[in-house]
Ligand binder design. Structure first.
Ligand code: CTP
Ligand code: CA
Length: 224
């Protein structure tokens, strides 16, 4: 009925969300990672669930826990594990939002034993990880696909390039330039760019409020 529709506008929709960093093993005790806290992805998951959506949250290592009955968390460590989990669920979702900071490179060889300290200089050879979002862009059918972009220069042009390269419907451009925005901070300054290159700069606001703005874009898509 109309009342339920307005309170739970995403009821019946399934959303896949990636969150957090990935850890790429060097040996059994060391890894290559990054400073992503996972907060943005967890906030998006919570907003989506509060709007009635069923959420599959594929998360790299973070301190956050999802407490909502509509959120199913799949914990992963590496980019490959995140890739596998996303591909397991992608067919059944209506929306996918990639908020994870996936490592772009991983060690080419993972040592089976702890690497001992010996030479003064030590080189780790790296190889590219799979681009999860781009791989979903290739196989997407009805799915509304949202990515993030973290840029420090030529922000708009680079973000537009990512929309095309990854076949996205919407990108959330993160401005690190702004004080108070980004890794480990409670706030974000984002600009939305859609697939038609409409550009919408948003105010600096809490990550919870950014999450709500993103879900408003999802709701608007279903009303198109
Ligand atoms: N992404 C992904 N898998 C990767 C790398 C990135 O799914 N291996 C996703 C991120 O979750 C984000 C988007 O792609 O939604 C853009 O990530 P970003 O790091 O900004 O772009 P890259 O394509 O990795 O390019 P670069 O780091 O060189 O700017
Ligand atoms: Ca990257």
């Amino acid at each position: 009925e109309a009342d339920l529709e307005s309170r739970l506008p995403l009821k019946g929709k399934k959303i896949l969300i990636t969150a957090g960093p990935t850890y790429e093993a060097i040996d059994p005790v060391r890894f290559i990672g990054n400073h992503s806290s996972g907060k943005m992805g967890f906030d998006i998951a919570k907003s989506a669930a509060n709007l009635g959506a069923s959420v599959i949250l594929v998360s790299g290592p973070t301190v956050f826990k999802a407490e909502h009955s509509l959120i199913k968390v799949i914990n992963v460590v590496s980019g490959q594990e995140m890739y596998d989990a996303c591909h397991q669920y992608f067919d059944e979702v209506d929306v996918a939002i990639a908020a994870a900071a996936v490592a772009d490179y991983k060690p080419k060889h993972v040592a089976t034993q702890k690497i001992k300290k010996a030479p003064d200089n030590f080189v780790i050879e790296l190889e590219k990880t799979k681009d999860i979002l781009a791989s979903l862009g290739i196989i997407k059918k009805k799915q509304f696909l949202i990515g993030f972009a973290l840029e420090t220069e030529n922000e708009i042009e680079n973000a537009k390039g990512k929309i095309q390269k990854k076949n996205l419907d919407l990108i959330v451009l993160n401005s690190l330039q702004d004080q108070g925005a980004g890794f480990g901070k409670p706030t974000n300054k984002v600009t939305f760019i859609d697939k038609n290159f409409n550009i919408e700069p948003m105010e600096l606001k809490s990550k919870e409020a950014v999450a709500d703005d993103i879900l408003n874009k999802v709701i608007a898509h279903f009303h198109e």
